[in-house]
Design a protein around this ligand. Structure first.
Ligand SMILES: [Zn+2]
Ligand SMILES: [Zn+2]
Length: 360
């Protein structure tokens, strides 16, 4: 059903458009001609990009844009939490949505209304916490015709999306009454629980094919006690293949998924950082011991990254989910690179927020 066809909503929309033109002048009206019926959100998105962003992604071909490269639940002002976008022929596919992802999209020049497919590697909050903000802002910014969004991920993703919608129910109820909106969030936003015990195609459209597989982030003893799982993803387009490790230690399934990929985007922890966590694991504090053990068992050292890259024969390694990341101490880019190159001969790129691969 085309919600814009309703009399009152069309009037409100036209009034809003008219006001926008009055307020901002001829630039907006030419944008309206360009963007047509879905104009308001696109205009607002483009305006935001023009103020602080990098401009829209390339119209043709495939590009990786890193939005957040900090490893773990660590809010800081240098790196956002984990999030990446694959842009294929101008269409964004968001992979994880940690804190800072929404601002990162704006900075990258990607209008929020254009984000219609989201893939979650797993449901730790450093990969998901901006999802409620993203959906709420998309619904509110989407005027009467918010674009649909499908969120894909392991078990619990559907419940998380339902919870995000519950989070902004009051906002939706108020605006439905007060602004004459007619599309409820649950009509356009949906979560989908995937299973991928072995390499499995989970999504396909005219631009990309997406495969997933369970990685090794959650140890077997944890999986016995819970239904939650953790994925790696592979995006194949006509011109590129990009693999995201998600969070994981060495994983034979990830090696299989990544075979021959152009870009192996892999989480990485320096050897020095691992030694620090090993120290915590042996410490007197019970909580510290558990967290230290968790970090060591469930994440990849730089040497693990190189080993998987070599076994999978990938062309280029891109490091993300960096630990220590912002709290880098002596962990310069050269340290990450030299440690990976102990076990991998090819090119290594240390990720940073807003890095575009390839560059403009
Ligand atoms: Zn993480
Ligand atoms: Zn995690």
């Amino acid at each position: 059903m085309n919600q814009a066809a309703g009399g009152k909503s069309v009037w409100s929309r036209r009034a809003l458009l008219r006001n926008l033109i009055v307020l901002t002048g001829a630039g907006v009206s030419s944008s309206l001609l360009k963007y047509g019926a879905g104009g308001i959100p696109e205009i607002l998105g483009q305006a935001g990009a023009a103020r602080g962003g990098r401009g829209a992604a390339a119209a043709r071909g495939t590009r990786l844009i890193m939005l957040g490269t900090q490893g773990g639940p660590n809010v800081n002002l240098m790196r956002a939490e984990t999030s990446n976008v694959v842009v294929a022929d101008g269409q964004p596919y968001l992979v994880d949505c940690g804190y800072g992802a929404v601002r990162g999209l704006v900075e990258a020049g990607i209008p929020l209304p254009s984000v219609q497919n989201v893939f979650l590697t797993h449901l730790h909050d450093d990969h998901t916490v901006d999802l409620a903000a993203l959906l709420s802002l998309k619904w509110t910014g989407g005027n009467n015709v918010p674009q649909p969004v499908a969120v894909y991920g392991p078990y619990g993703t559907k419940a998380m999306v339902d919870g995000a919608i519950a989070f902004f129910k009051a906002n939706a109820d108020i605006r439905i009454v007060d602004e004459g909106r007619s599309v409820r969030p649950e009509a356009v936003f949906a979560g989908h629980d995937l299973t991928a015990a072995t390499v499995t195609e989970v999504f396909r459209d005219e631009r990309v094919t997406v495969k997933a597989v369970e990685n090794a982030h959650f140890p077997d003893r944890a999986k016995e006690k819970m239904p939650y799982r953790s994925f790696a993803y592979r995006f194949d387009t006509p011109d590129r293949s990009i693999v995201f490790s998600g969070d994981t230690p060495y994983s034979a399934s990830l090696v299989e998924l990544a075979r021959g990929a152009d870009y192996f985007v892999c989480e990485a922890m320096t050897l020095g950082s691992r030694q620090q966590f090993a120290g915590n694991a042996g410490g007197a504090n019970g909580g510290g011991e558990s967290i230290g053990r968790h970090v060591l068992e469930t994440h990849s050292s730089t040497e693990d990254v190189g080993r998987m890259a070599t076994e999978a024969k990938v062309k280029t390694v891109v490091l993300y989910h960096l630990v220590p990341g912002a709290n880098r101490g002596n962990a310069t880019d050269d340290i990450y690179i030299s440690e990976v190159r102990k076990t991998f001969d090819g090119p290594v790129i240390v990720g940073r927020d807003q890095l575009r691969i390839p560059q403009d």
